[in-house]
Design a binder for this molecule. Structure first.
Ligand code: HEM
Ligand code: HEM
Length: 193
């Protein structure tokens, strides 16, 4: 029997791609497609062409340029929500449970790693639920003030995802080179139990 069933491996890699994609959209929003930077650039360029725009108009232009990219945040967001439901179903399989059984026999380091997975699952559920509420806040009857507070929380908790992802990748690469040779390839071919 395989350590990681095929569906679990597919789940892990699709989920990894979706989370990295979500982080990518945030990176673009905060850098190359930042409305603050781009509205200033647009105002300057338009002024050179003898066209004056107000700060509000420049902001509208910059957010219009950003919009098609940000649609990916929402699309990947739906995918994340679906993947989390899939992860709950996987909990009923041996692969889905394997990291969370016989914890007493594990070293302190492993206990911390596994607790870390539970924490990140909780964080991702929060990101998915808060993101969906933000996207549908008008239909849900949430006030603009309420949506603003929720957005600040969504943005604050995002930092935890930003910290987990590199730590996780660096962590598995380190143990792959030390005491757990094959840990990464097992997530590719499934490994033996
Ligand atoms: C792209 C590079 C990545 C590599 C090489 C990688 C590799 C691995 C490996 C080898 C495991 C099994 C570790 C173990 O049994 O303790 C694992 C588990 C896990 N990975 Fe990744 N991963 C990557 C990206 C990600 C990303 C971006 C996420 C997103 C949050 C993620 C989330 C998880 C989670 C939650 C588990 C625990 C699975 C469980 O519930 O048992 N991984 N990863
Ligand atoms: C790993 C998961 C996620 C991360 C790391 C993340 C990160 C972020 C960040 C940092 C922001 C604030 C961007 C800014 O104002 O500069 C944001 C906004 C937002 N996110 Fe997410 N998010 C995630 C999941 C989701 C999901 C699942 C959805 C729902 C489909 C979603 C929908 C939104 C919406 C609607 C906004 C507000 C955009 C606006 O005000 O124009 N997010 N997200």
């Amino acid at each position: 029997m395989k350590k990681w069933r095929l569906d679990f491996r597919i789940w892990h890699w699709v989920h990894a791609a979706v989370v990295l994609g979500l982080l990518g959209t945030v990176f673009l929003r905060k850098t190359f497609l930042s409305w603050r930077t781009n509205s200033e650039l647009l105002s300057q360029k338009l002024a050179e062409m003898d066209l004056t725009v107000t700060v509000e108009q420049a902001k509208a232009l910059a957010t219009t340029i950003r919009a098609p990219m940000w649609e990916w945040h929402i699309l990947l967001g739906y995918a994340l929500a679906a993947l989390l439901v899939w992860r709950i179903l996987l909990f009923f399989t041996d692969s889905g449970k394997r990291n969370y059984q016989n914890l007493k026999e594990e070293t302190l380091h492993k206990k911390v790693v596994k607790l870390g997975y539970i924490v990140i699952y909780g964080i991702l559920v929060f990101m998915a639920v808060s993101g969906l509420i933000l996207h549908f806040h008008e239909a849900l009857g949430l006030t603009e003030e309420g949506a603003h507070t929720l957005k600040e929380l969504h943005e604050l908790v995002y930092n935890a995802v930003l910290i987990f992802v590199p730590l996780h990748i660096i962590g598995v690469v380190i143990v792959e080179n030390r005491e757990e040779k094959g840990i990464i390839s097992e997530m590719v071919h499934g490994g033996e139990k």
